[in-house]
Design a binder for this molecule. Structure first.
Ligand SMILES: O=C(O)CCC(=O)C(=O)O
Length: 896
């Protein structure tokens, strides 16, 4: 079993005589660990005795052994600051390596510092402080970043056989001669590796860094990534382990899944074939002078660190992706985003950089036996993982916590709350820096190879985890809606070239290399849209809309439609929801037929690119769309086509919607609003709510619908809040909803709701009832009108910038929905009025596998520039649909 195997390797040590017994003992502990993770009794078990080199020598060589008769000033000084265990490294490793992992899991369950007594600093005479004390990591788990567990130092190199490190050609580089601690720091042989002197360690560090190029140009990589992307959206839509559009880390459910390391890197970041060291993302701002990203303040261990620690304690590997601009890549990434591989997070700790604390992570490639595609061509790794003796570890005399030595410059306490944090303790009073602890010169820091190249075996590090996802699989028998389910809107990794491809086309995936995949569509029958709990009958359909008390509703019933007409507070114009009944949806050529036909014919639906300066490669719409008739230039690069011949869902929709608009514009409500409407609220209205049907009808007839925008939505696709208020559009917009039930939400735009724009400028439009600070803002209307007429535009704008503070306006947040309409299959929405689009915005989502929305507008041809004008004739509606021709047997036309 690999689990056992990987741990039994650890028994190899300088003391082979004990290996058998220890192995058995350790084996039982491993099993305890694995089956009794949360069992506190486990902690009382006799501790295993991994056979490790006794490092007392190390301690002695640094600060003088206990029987050091010279008892130098340095040793005395250091004893004041530092308590190092009198126990052997063997005991320390035993504690740190085996128990702390259990400890972490226990503390993960408890997560309360109170449950884990904090260890007090010991006096020099105290018993050894490094012992089987599980408290250290218990509270550090929650609040104190520590090295979460000690990697198993004695692990063999991943290649299986132990290899002596390559450091025969010893040459000490002046550039690295900043090491303060000039003591030999010799370690006894470990894993067959020879004793390492300080100088040898520097030499190894030299070799490790010899091939680092911060290019360009960088050397070519030895291989090619098996998964890559040109655009962030392709990446995030395709990979299950990286769905973060803005940040460097993607976590779900308390676990990190993937990291992306790109241009914004820290100078001490490090990448070789098997190890990645990176700074935690976030907390950086652009320096005004240099333009470089700099820490904006102290970084504290936050959710990402916690999630990463969860990965460590559960052996969840994470995927690391590099951006093309990552300066620390040892070779030139061939694409904008390249997936490296699965990595084990092994350490997280805190350092200082400039004046700020930063959080850092170390990762090791999960399967270090595999070659890494990003290894530079013709460059072998100078050092294999696990080649060296273990990293040096000490307890701090001030905080009593253990920290590993990360840099050769000297050991530092890495507990950010400790007084000795990030200070090197000089080893001798004659040190050029004196006897006081001092901060290292950042530029001189050199990684300790024992830390850099430590090997951390995991029980699952020989497992192959997938870098591609195979979710978009169809069952062997046809299942309606399966090929429009959420999995099918995710991107696909091209099996030929590894490119991540978002699903752009309605019909399937396309890769620029020529590969395509077109899943067959199984028709979703219109009959399957019927909702058992809301039976559709030939009578008028009940309403499921909800609205705020400020919204007035007028209800009428005509031509098989329930007609819910809504007046929104303070504006002229209205929204009408025509709720279809069974007679409507099942008409020949009606909604049922249109829905099925739209599944049979390819009308050219595609997701369209939207420019997004924040995101490399732009973004795509979250639905598929295509335009017919007059080009609708506002949705980026939407292809426009001439109207198809009649008996097509597009032309049928335009004809039906023209009829509906004409009917509604000529039939204003003849009844008062329904009793629940709040008339008092409406009386505060500041703009006209009057509606003149003859004018509206005349205007509509002059500006008949000359455009249909078809939107197609797979499962979970939607259109988020937007308005349809572009210049050149007629005042009436009509949509027919086909397929899965949708929800349309209407709310006041944020700048009208809050009274302040994103740029912090006061919104001087007349406030609408229900908005924030309505009365206070109303009181400013006259003042601002007068001011505008008397001062320069600059002065006026300055005043607008002052007002948000003066009125104590909130600068963020959204209005709650004023109106929510449940759009059934065949329902029609008509929005009328310029103010509707100026003040309000709408969004639509749905709760099924497939939905279409066909929306008609009038687009003034004169609003299009020459290059935007259609090259085809845009004919008027010639189908002449008449909804009044379809009558119910028992229809009672008229308002109720
Ligand atoms: O019903 C829909 O899906 C939304 C249509 C829409 O909002 C639009 O076309 O602007």
């Amino acid at each position: 079993m690999s689990f056992t195997g990987s741990f039994s390797h650890r028994q190899k040590s300088s003391d082979n005589n004990d290996s058998q017994a220890s192995q058995e003992q350790n084996q039982s502990i491993v099993e305890n660990h694995s089956f009794r993770d949360h069992d506190a009794e486990t902690f009382a078990q006799p501790q295993p005795e991994p056979i490790l080199a006794d490092s007392q020598d190390l301690y002695s060589s640094q600060i003088g052994s206990d029987d050091d008769t010279t008892n130098s000033h340095a040793a005395t000084h250091l004893r004041e600051h530092l308590q190092v265990s009198g126990s052997s490294m063997r005991e320390r490793f035993s504690t740190f390596g085996w128990i702390s992992r259990q400890d972490q899991q226990r503390s993960f369950a408890a997560l309360t510092p109170e449950t884990s007594p904090r260890r007090q600093p010991h006096s020099q005479d105290d018993a050894p402080i490094v012992q089987n004390d599980t408290a250290t990591n218990n509270d550090s788990w929650q609040t104190q970043p520590t090295l979460p567990w000690c990697p198993p130092w004695n692990a063999p190199s991943p290649g299986g056989t132990q290899q002596a490190p390559i450091f025969t050609d010893v040459s000490f580089h002046a550039s690295q001669a900043t090491t303060i601690d000039e003591d030999p720091m010799d370690l006894p042989p470990c894993n067959g590796s020879p004793t390492l002197s300080q100088q040898a360690l520097h030499d190894i560090a030299d070799r490790l860094f010899a091939h680092r190029t911060f290019g360009p140009p960088k050397p070519e990589p030895v291989g090619q990534p098996s998964v890559w992307a040109d655009a962030r959206m392709d990446l995030c839509e395709t990979l299950h382990y990286f769905r973060s559009y803005q940040s460097a880390c993607h976590s779900t459910g308390g676990f990190v899944r993937g990291f992306m390391f790109d241009k914004v890197a820290h100078p001490r970041d490090y990448i070789d074939s098997n190890v990645v060291i990176a700074r935690a993302g976030g907390g950086q701002v652009k320096d005004k002078d240099s333009g470089e990203m700099k820490a904006s303040g102290d970084q504290v261990e936050g959710t990402t660190s916690q999630n990463l620690k969860n990965c460590m304690s559960h052996y969840n590997p994470v995927v690391i992706i590099t951006g093309i601009d990552n300066p620390h890549m040892p070779s030139q990434p061939p694409h904008q985003y390249c997936v490296l591989d699965y990595f084990k997070p092994t350490h997280t700790w805190v350092e200082k950089s400039g004046n700020s604390k930063i959080v850092r992570y170390r990762f090791e490639k999960l399967n270090a036996r595999k070659d890494s595609w990003w290894r530079p061509i013709d460059v072998e790794d100078p050092v294999e993982l696990g080649s060296f003796s273990p990293p040096f570890i000490k307890s701090c005399g001030t905080c009593a916590r253990e920290s590993l030595q990360i840099y050769l410059n000297g050991w530092m306490c890495l507990q950010p709350t400790c007084g000795l944090f990030w200070l090197i303790l000089p080893s001798s009073p004659d040190s050029p820096r004196g006897s006081e602890p001092f901060e290292p010169d950042e530029a001189s820091l050199v990684y300790d190879p024992r830390f850099l190249k430590v090997h951390t075996p995991w029980p699952n590090d020989d497992h192959e985890y997938p870098l591609t996802s195979n979710d978009a699989m169809l069952s062997s028998h046809a299942v309606p809606g399966e090929d429009t389910s959420e999995a099918f809107i995710r991107g696909a990794v091209c099996p030929l070239c590894g490119r991540c491809n978002s699903r752009i086309s309605w019909t399937g995936w396309e890769c620029p290399c020529g590969w395509t995949k077109t899943p067959p569509h199984t028709l979703i029958p219109a009959l399957s849209l019927r909702e058992p709990l809301w039976p559709l009958t030939h009578n008028y359909t009940p309403s499921r809309d909800t609205h705020s008390p400020l919204v007035k509703v007028f209800v009428s019933f005509a031509h098989n439609y329930r007609i819910n007409r809504y007046s929104l507070p303070g504006i002229s114009g209205f929204i009408i929801h025509m709720v279809a009944n069974r007679t409507v949806v099942s008409e020949p050529g009606g909604p049922d037929a249109m829905f099925e036909e739209l599944q049979r014919v390819d009308i050219g639906l595609r997701r369209r690119m939207i420019e997004n300066r924040q995101l490399k490669g732009g973004t795509y719409t979250r639905n598929f769309l295509v335009n017919y008739g007059m080009p609708y230039k506002f949705i980026a690069a939407t292809a426009s086509h001439s109207f198809p011949p009649s008996s097509h869902p597009i032309t049928a929709a335009r004809s039906r919607l023209s009829w509906a608009a004409r009917y509604l514009l000529s039939h204003p409500p003849s009844t008062p609003p329904s009793p629940s409407s709040d008339d008092d609220a409406m009386s505060t209205s500041t703009t006209s709510t009057s509606f003149h049907p003859s004018f509206a009808l005349r205007e509509f007839e002059e500006k008949e619908f000359n455009e249909v925008l078809a939107l197609g939505y797979f499962e979970s696709q939607r259109v988020s809040y937007h308005d349809d208020g572009e210049l050149g559009l007629g005042p009436t917009i009509a949509t027919i909803s086909l397929g899965a039930p949708g929800t349309m939400r209407i709310r006041l735009k944020a700048k009208h709701h809050l009274g302040v724009s994103k740029a912090g400028v006061y919104t001087d439009a007349v406030p609408l009832p229900g908005c924030c600070k309505f009365e206070e803002r109303m009181a400013r209307v006259d003042e601002l009108r007068d001011l505008r007429a008397t001062v320069s535009s600059g002065q006026y704008r300055n005043r607008l910038k002052q007002l948000p503070k003066e009125l104590d306006l909130k600068t963020s947040g959204n209005a709650s929905d004023a109106l929510t309409m449940k759009l059934g299959h065949g329902d029609i929405i008509i929005m009328h009025g310029v103010e509707m689009q100026k003040y309000y915005e709408h969004s639509v989502d749905h709760s099924g596998k497939l939905r279409f929305a066909l929306t008609c507008r009038y687009i003034d041809p004169d609003s299009l520039c020459e290059s935007e004008k259609p090259r085809y004739p845009v004919e008027p509606d010639n189908e002449g649909y008449d909804g009044a021709a379809w009558t119910l047997e028992d229809e009672q036309e008229g308002s109720l």
